[in-house]
Design a protein around this ligand. Structure first.
Ligand code: AMP
Length: 377
């Protein structure tokens, strides 16, 4: 089978690698340059998008910021999974919030802001402290403000107004600041029959809004809550493919922060840690093949490589250390690759995280260093 992926980044690359053993071949459409490319080499093919759609058996997406006309064309072909509605829910926080409410899933209290009067009203209804996020185009903590004090309102409004003026469809979502203990996420797959397979929860550490470290955890209580919410959202969207839900853990109670209608960075650990990884399971779901087992096969932590294009060679010799580069040119803070670190039992994983910290730069990998220090203290 041949799959066309909208988006040509690392997620399409890893999907392509996971599909090869099943004879699933992939091409990717780079939405920013309007080119059909090979997902591994990035070599441009002579195809137009229309030709790529005609030549594919299935079309899917690796990111949610896809222009409406492209989504509509793909959906019209009858080959697109999940639905454009699901992609839009991931790309517009207003649609996402309405979806979570419709699905009866707990999320932070919010208000939608278009005008200064809306902002004032949100300050009263949502309260301070408050997190403000652009409805469109925000990711990895970008397009966000924190209102901690009423005195900041004028300055923040100025910046938000500039964003609202920039794009006609833009709005701001004001959210109650959630005093969470930790952030976790659930990645799972749903097929066209409505069958669902979910991976163990991952605990996620972000630095400056960007995921830094993800570790698969065994937390039966939270897992049950997360799976219930996952099923509600996936059913509501009649979802086919891999879906990720990010949560705040507030004293053992989960609130959804956001959803990603695609394979997710916090699911990269499944490449080494689960029976069948998220990339293969996404392809299985959208190609209408049986879903694979999501069982944890070894303790795994995933470390994002941000802005670095090389690692000490000792890491390659370390047992349980698996390096995945994305073939990108270096830019500060850019997601360049990740490391999956595996172990036979939780204590050993902690020991290996301490060991790997010795080889990783303190500035580039602050979360690993902080964790190693906590473990050693
Ligand atoms: P997001 O892009 O919505 O995932 O936000 C990036 C990060 O900001 C999250 O991973 C949280 O650490 C933090 N954050 C987002 N929304 C809230 C909130 N309502 N309360 C507290 N922290 C938040």
């Amino acid at each position: 089978m041949h799959v066309l992926v909208l988006g040509a980044g690392q997620l399409a690359r890893m999907m392509s690698l996971a599909g090869a053993p099943l004879n699933l071949t992939l091409t990717a459409y780079d939405v920013t340059t309007n080119r059909v490319v090979h997902p591994l080499t990035q070599a441009t093919t002579p195809q137009t998008l229309e030709q790529a759609i005609a030549d594919s058996d299935v079309i899917t997406a690796e990111f949610e910021h896809i222009p409406d006309d492209i989504l509509a064309t793909c959906e019209k072909s009858g080959k697109f999974f999940p639905t454009s509605q699901a992609i839009k829910a991931g790309g517009d926080r207003r649609i996402e919030k309405a979806l979570l409410d419709d699905a009866g899933v707990k999320n932070a209290t919010y208000a939608i802001i278009h005008t200064r009067a809306d902002f004032e009203q949100a300050i009263d209804t949502v309260g301070i402290p408050m997190v403000l996020k652009t409805a469109l185009g925000g990711y990895d903590g970008k397009g966000q403000w924190r209102l901690k004090d009423r005195a900041q309102a004028d300055a923040i409004w100025k910046e938000m107004q500039a964003c609202l003026d920039d794009a006609k469809q833009q709005a701001i979502v004001a959210e109650q600041f959630v005093p969470f203990q930790r952030e976790v996420s659930l990645v799972g797959a749903r097929n066209a029959n409505g069958d669902i397979e979910t991976y163990p929860l991952a605990e996620n550490i972000h630095v400056d809004g960007v995921l830094s470290l993800s570790t698969a955890i065994d937390a039966p209580d939270l897992q049950l809550q997360a799976e219930t919410m996952f099923a509600a959202v996936a059913k509501r969207l009649d979802y086919v493919g891999v879906l990720a839900l990010e949560f705040f853990d507030v004293n053992g109670e989960l609130l959804v922060n956001e959803i990603a209608p695609r394979v997710h960075n916090s699911g990269h650990w499944t490449q080494q840690g689960a029976e069948v990884c998220q990339f293969e399971n996404h392809l299985r779901a959208v190609c209408h093949l049986p879903l694979g087992s999501t069982k944890l096969v070894r303790e795994t932590a995933m470390i994002n490589i941000l802005g670095e294009d090389s690692l000490p060679p000792e890491l390659m010799a370390m047992e349980g250390c698996h390096i995945h580069w994305y073939g990108k040119s270096q830019r500060p803070g850019r997601k360049m690759g990740h490391i999956n670190l595996t172990a036979d039992y939780p204590g050993q994983l902690q020991r290996k995280l301490c060991e790997i910290a010795n080889y990783l730069d303190k500035q580039a990998f602050p979360a690993v260093h902080r964790l190693a220090k906590d473990i050693q203290d």
